[in-house]
Design a protein. Structure first.
Length: 323
């Protein structure tokens, strides 16, 4: 009886010993944080800021590494196959939620092979029309699109990027059909919008408001749940009559699925501490991040899972696939 009681109580202690030892040892060498996009974009800039602040807190450096290709799948696959010791992490964005739907022939499973550590930040986008557009409100624009199916154009970078996703969400919510015009980046699309060659373009809140304030575009609505202090006169999608088109670009830190839960919690605690720093909050706000999150691995996992399910339906309805 006593021996059995001892074994019952000893087993959990033994099971707990390994993750605790791993947690205490982290980090014992530089941490590689992979970003699956090219340098210079919003996700890259935000990721580097977080990596720099983590480097100031931890006994080891956090080094950003860009591994690009296949809409983020190349870098994500690398991290998914790495050891789950907390020394290889992934800094991704909303594109992570659509990779499986767009690239069905992956060599990893985005849902099963990667664990969410924490959602870092969320940023809105702005729906823009040319400065000389006859459409003064979103209702005007939607009415014109309904009256002329597929005749109005919108800019997109494709590949399941934020610009394509928010546009598809808007078309679905408004019940309209437009013609997608592909671009290699947001800058050339903004030039065509300013000249009137393009009828509509979503842009990141920070740059989108800059275009509107500079007279190179007219902002009809913001995709976030609340108005922006930068241009408080611009209504939200919900206020304009399309609540189902509410959209936020998010960034997240993920780890290989083999990473123990106690270690995920340790990493998340460091991320949350960085996001609580006044200097970090100020800089991220300057970069257009209107909401800093830093939630738990369980909360982040639930959020990412819901996003994957949501976008799988939208992309399937739109017939979006790689190539």
């Amino acid at each position: 009886m006593n021996l059995r009681r001892r074994s019952l109580f000893a087993a959990p202690a033994l099971l707990a010993a390994t993750p605790l030892r791993a947690q205490e040892a982290w980090p014992n060498r530089p941490i590689r944080m992979v970003l699956p996009y090219a340098p210079g974009g919003a996700t890259d800039v935000i990721g580097r800021l977080v990596a720099d602040r983590l480097s100031q807190r931890l006994p080891q450096r956090v080094v950003m590494e860009n591994r690009t290709g296949a809409g983020g799948a190349i870098g994500s696959s690398f991290v998914a196959k790495a050891p789950g010791d907390g020394h290889t992490l992934l800094f991704h964005n909303i594109g992570h939620a659509v990779t499986k739907a767009i690239y069905p022939q992956l060599d990893y499973d985005p849902a099963a092979d990667l664990k969410a550590v924490s959602i870092v930040a969320e940023s809105p986008m702005v729906l823009l029309v040319p400065p000389n557009s006859p459409h003064r409100t979103l209702a005007d624009f939607v009415a014109a699109a309904r009256a002329n199916p597929e005749k109005l154009t919108y800019g997109s970078t494709g590949g399941g990027g934020a610009l394509q996703l928010v546009s598809l969400l808007f078309l679905r919510a408004a019940g309209i059909k437009m013609t997608e015009v592909p671009y290699r980046g947001g800058a050339p699309a903004a030039l065509d919008l300013a000249s009137g060659t393009l009828d509509m373009l979503y842009d990141a809140g920070l740059t989108g408001f800059g275009l509107a304030q500079g007279g190179r575009a007219r902002a009809l609505a913001i995709s976030g749940p609340s108005r922006s202090p930068v241009m408080p006169d611009v209504p939200t999608m919900a206020e304009a009559g399309f609540p189902d088109a509410t959209f936020m670009v998010w960034q997240a830190i993920l780890a290989p699925a083999a990473t123990p839960d106690p270690l995920l919690a340790r990493i998340q605690a460091e991320v949350a501490a960085v996001l609580a720093e006044p200097a970090t909050r100020t800089r991220l706000a300057e970069l257009g991040a209107e909401r800093l999150v830093g939630n738990s691995p369980a909360e982040a996992h639930a959020f990412v899972t819901a996003e994957m399910a949501k976008w799988a339906v939208i992309l399937r309805e739109a017939g979006v696939r790689a190539g």
